[in-house]
Write a protein that binds this ligand. Structure first.
Ligand SMILES: Nc1ncnc2c1ncn2[C@@H]1O[C@H](COP(=O)(O)OP(=O)(O)OP(=O)(O)O)[C@@H](O)[C@H]1O
Ligand SMILES: [Mg+2]
Length: 452
């Protein structure tokens, strides 16, 4: 909002008129009757004026000179130039130098008020944009990605470096490890943060639809293509395109993608005109692409185009150091906007979190913490809930070995579950979905004797 206004005019009547009009608009008004005084005011570092009404014909210094100094010393101060009929070119020059608008003498209080409103409106928009930009920065700066482990520290380093480049980045890792979060951090800490960020999930669409989604189509390109449509590559022009789950695309789409990455151009489906784009590509995959290459499912040349900077995100079970921090991060996140109290997580509960294998990685951890907050789980209730959810999930992939006998695996699984349940047989039977009697029989067969 405009609060402080300076009027620079050598005509006393004009000064009085503006002072009165502006005071009615609740402004604090200062007056100067020559250009020289106005210049020294700004040169002395007084940049507190939101708005200056500036006569172009002044003693001491010309309006243009004053305007230049104002814009140099205080670019956010708006200037309205006052000019007389016949000297309109002056006003045009002033606009080029950054004046907001001009008023042609004589003018009415309504005209002043109108311009005043326009500046206020503009300032509101500017402030809103600044706020939104701040929100984006807040949302995607590194503090949203939590990590204590060396592994994450290295990833933060890489993010910082690649953010300020336009290199293609291939982010791989199991589901829920934070690949998309990393892609967003790269974008929102980089040069293209205010340009479009477009995401395409390559796994969710069949081949033909994916092709038109990525590259767009011309009218009549296929049944149902009633209108020309821009693809995501075009929409992401000057910005960033995130190709999610790149391992899922077919060889035909891979060939087209390779061409865009090499030549930065493509045609819409059913179109002949090459379209040039400037798009930064980020890709994620939860598949091991080198294995897909061996199997003939993925083009090696495309892999190298994508894998300019690889970021491999470890599964959570291999960076246990991050777990406690993540637990606290999500506890804060889910209590922050609710009236709920932050639950106390005991040392033993935290140990259970740390020892668990997290097959769903950070996403699974996040979901569990959210559930704990929503259901107000505390103390014994919390323990019981964790008995169920932490034990019933699949064991980590790391445990896999070729050549183990079925009953050996079963025994291992049962004993681990029993240990996890603090030797409580009925709970163990419950999560294994077998009767206590069956459990007892099996334990007997393993030679495990019941105490007491
Ligand atoms: N290091 C982390 N710090 C904070 N939150 C994280 C972290 N890693 C992941 N998350 C959160 O976990 C959830 C899953 O992350 P994200 O969607 O980025 O995973 P993904 O690897 O893309 O998974 P998918 O392969 O299933 O798409 C998100 O809500 C994300 O905010
Ligand atoms: Mg993802």
């Amino acid at each position: 909002m405009i609060e402080a206004v300076l009027v620079v005019d050598d005509e006393p009547l004009m000064r009085d008129f503006l002072k009165e009009t502006l005071q009615r608009l609740n402004c604090q008004v200062d007056l100067k009757d020559n250009g020289k005084d106005a210049i020294s005011l700004f040169k002395d570092g007084d940049t507190s004026y939101d708005l200056v009404f500036l006569d172009m014909k002044l003693p001491g210094a010309t309006g243009t000179e004053v305007l230049k100094v104002i814009k140099e010393q205080s670019p956010s101060t708006e200037v309205i130039v006052i000019t007389a009929y016949g000297t309109i070119e002056n006003a045009v020059d002033a606009m080029k130098l950054g004046a907001f608008d001009y008023l042609l003498k004589p003018f009415t209080p309504d005209q002043v008020e109108l311009i005043f409103e326009r500046i206020n409106q503009k300032n509101i928009l500017v402030e809103e944009n600044q706020y939104l930009r701040g929100e984006i920065n807040k949302k995607y700066n590194f503090s949203e990605i939590v990590g204590d482990s060396q592994h994450m520290a290295k990833i933060f380093e890489t993010i910082k470096k690649v953010a300020i480049s336009t290199a293609t980045v291939l982010i791989s890792g199991e589901s829920g490890t934070g690949k998309e979060l990393i892609a967003r951090a790269i974008t929102y800490n980089g040069l293209r943060k205010e340009k479009p960020f477009i995401k395409v999930n390559c796994a969710s669409l069949p081949e033909t639809l994916l092709e038109s989604e990525l590259f767009g189509h011309e009218r009549g390109a296929f049944t149902g293509a009633i209108q020309r449509r821009k693809g995501r590559f075009e929409l992401a022009d000057k910005g960033t395109l995130l190709l999610d789950e790149i391992g899922e695309i077919t060889l035909a789409v891979q060939a087209k993608l390779l061409r865009v990455l090499q030549e930065r151009e493509f045609e819409r489906v059913g179109g002949a005109r090459p379209i040039k784009v400037d798009v930064r590509v980020l890709a994620t995959t939860n598949k091991d692409l080198s294995k897909e290459i061996e199997k003939g499912n993925f083009r090696e040349d495309l892999f190298y185009r994508l894998n300019v900077v690889p970021i491999q995100v470890c599964p959570l079970r291999k960076r246990k150091k991050d777990i406690a921090l993540l637990v606290n991060h999500f506890l804060e996140k889910f209590t922050h906007f609710s009236s709920k109290e932050m639950p106390d997580i005991s040392k033993s509960t935290m140990e259970r979190f740390i020892n668990y294998s997290w097959p769903g990685n950070v996403r699974e951890l996040e979901n569990i913490i959210e559930r704990i907050i929503v259901l107000d789980l505390q103390g014994k209730e919390l323990d019981e809930h964790l008995d169920l959810v932490l034990a019933s999930s699949k064991p980590g992939k790391d445990d896999f070995k070729v050549g183990r006998r079925m009953d050996d695996i079963e025994k291992d699984y049962i004993l681990k579950t029993l240990a996890h349940m603090g030797n409580n047989k009925s709970k163990t039977a419950e999560v294994l979905d077998i009767s206590v009697r069956t459990l007892r029989n099996k334990l007997n067969a393993y030679g495990i004797r019941e105490e007491s």
